[in-house]
Design a binder for this molecule. Structure first.
Ligand SMILES: Cc1cc2nc3c(=O)[nH]c(=O)nc-3n(C[C@H](O)[C@H](O)[C@H](O)COP(=O)(O)OP(=O)(O)OC[C@H]3O[C@@H](n4cnc5c(N)ncnc54)[C@H](O)[C@@H]3O)c2cc1C
Length: 459
């Protein structure tokens, strides 16, 4: 028999919904409160003139068996799709030209993306010792030391822009790429560590991000949160903005939220926050001033997502890949582009090609001060030149995320340690969401399982 204690989850993004789903399945009394009228949080899909536009994540990586479990239990087999083979080919822009990222040693030695010197430098990696700086290292420091500056500039810099919309000089290697950091810590190097950890992983069900398959849904990423909501039924309230969380004399928590024009309060034994850090600070900061400080220090840069559709015949570049990323050194006004209709079905009809461009991030957060139309025109012109496009788009759509993705910047370990300490000191409050344990959809799903188990242990 499960406990009848009440669990209130704040936020119906993928973190909150997956945790609610797992707990609800086991008979726990769960309620989800979401401020918006819709669910999914950063996951947003819209259909415009017959084109499917994922305005947040375009795909996820299947790093945990829980994703297949969800697909089966939610009857989403017909909707679930893996990226097609082209999805494995990624391009990097160098001197105005797209170069395929080499995915095998022979291709690596052939590529023009790196100079001969950079290739030789990479071979020296096994002989580079551990850093004395411990966890206080940026990705840029870590990669330059182990793999050389050119590899940082033309592989890691664009990759980090693609994942975090971030900059390697600012992100903490231990917090943003814990597996990479662990390879050096545990095995003394990346090449030797990768070989040994592949052997180790064969014995577990975990899949590394490099080998995980990329997935989405025929009708876009929103399919997953919406299917979870259908299962949760009246366990979820939308249009319910949580305005305060207070401890009660009885030792539990009063969670107050707006319901239309009135305020309602639910009593909870466990309150799980999955809202962004700056919102969590408003709700939980009064429990501990230091918590508010840690949460407010987490930086979320703005990102403008631009969706462009063209007649396929007007695109001169051969469309045989996932898209391309742009190194900061190339000084372009956008971070990269996903060739959306190439990798997943249903994004456009065969005569058209749909692309998703990302502008801003930590690299260029100042774009929000420019006139938006100018920002869009600039990115469009550069994109059309790179892609050899000779016509006007048939559709332009956009979505501005003023605070897009939390940056696991240098010193993040202090935040992570403090959150652990806070939860121990305030039993029944759990802080989760994409600023803890990884920002990707796959990581959020994986963490939801950990959080559900944590809640079961304290209830
Ligand atoms: C533009 C963009 C592109 C991305 N691309 C990818 C990608 O391709 N692949 C990938 O794996 N990841 C990607 N990500 C990251 C990933 O989408 C997110 O990290 C993840 O979806 C976050 O889920 P979450 O549930 O933790 O938080 P959120 O999705 O932010 O959900 C939090 C929810 O809390 C609600 N909320 C906030 N305050 C309150 C309140 N006071 N009361 C009630 N509810 C409240 C919000 O409305 C929201 O619904 C992308 C993110 C963005 C923004």
């Amino acid at each position: 028999m499960t406990s009848q204690k009440k669990i209130v989850i704040i936020g119906a993004g993928i973190s909150g919904l997956t945790t609610a789903y797992l707990l609800n399945n086991e008979g726990y009394d769960v309620v989800v409160l979401e401020q918006k009228d819709g669910v999914g949080g950063s996951i947003e899909t819209i259909s415009e003139n017959g084109f499917l536009f994922d305005r947040g994540p375009n795909s996820g990586l299947e790093t945990t068996p829980l994703i297949q479990q969800l697909v089966k239990e939610l009857n989403l087999e017909d909707q679930f799709v893996y990226a097609n083979r082209e999805g494995n080919k990624r391009y990097i822009l160098k001197n105005g030209q797209l170069h395929a990222l080499p995915m095998s040693p022979p291709l690596f030695f052939k590529t023009k993306l790196f100079s001969g010197k950079a290739k030789l430098r990479l071979l020296a990696e096994p002989f580079v010792g551990r850093s004395k700086d411990g966890y206080y290292q940026s990705i840029a420091e870590f990669v330059t030391r182990r793999l050389g500056k050119e590899f940082l500039d033309y592989a890691i810099n664009p990759f980090v822009a693609g994942v975090y919309a971030g900059r390697p000089e600012e992100l903490s290697v231990k917090s943003a790429f814990p597996k990479l950091y662990a390879l050096e810590e545990e095995y003394g190097g990346l090449i030797i560590g990768t070989i040994r950890s592949i052997r180790k992983r064969k014995n577990s069900k975990e899949v590394s991000k490099q080998s995980a398959k990329m997935f989405s849904f025929r009708d876009g990423m929103k399919v997953l949160p919406e299917a979870i909501v259908n299962k949760l039924g009246n366990r979820i309230s939308t249009g319910a903005e949580v305005t305060s969380v207070r401890s009660t004399a009885e030792g539990n928590y009063g969670v107050t939220f707006r319901d239309g024009k009135q305020n309602l309060t639910l009593l909870a034994d466990v309150v799980l926050s999955t809202v962004p850090a700056y919102r969590a600070s408003e709700l939980f900061g009064h429990f501990d001033e230091a918590l508010a400080k840690h949460l407010n220090e987490i930086y979320y840069p703005p990102v403008l997502v631009l969706y462009l559709v063209y007649e396929r015949s007007a695109v001169g570049q051969s469309l045989d890949g996932f898209g391309f990323l742009i190194p900061e050194k190339e000084e372009k006004s956008f971070l990269g582009a996903i060739w959306s209709s190439v990798i997943f079905p249903n994004r456009s009809d065969r005569t058209r090609a749909a692309f998703t461009l990302f502008i801003g991030g930590s690299r260029d957060a100042g774009f929000v001060d420019d006139v938006e139309q100018m920002v869009i025109d600039r990115a469009r012109r550069e994109f059309e030149l790179i892609m050899k496009i000779s016509a006007e788009p048939v559709l332009i759509s956009k979505r501005l995320w003023p605070k897009a993705i939390p940056q696991y910047n240098l010193g993040y370990v202090e935040h992570e340690n403090f959150f652990d300490h806070f939860e121990k000191a305030n039993k029944g409050i759990i802080l989760s969401g994409n600023y803890r344990g990884g920002i990707s959809v796959g990581d959020c799903i994986k963490n939801a399982e950990l959080i559900a188990n944590k809640i079961k242990n304290i209830i």
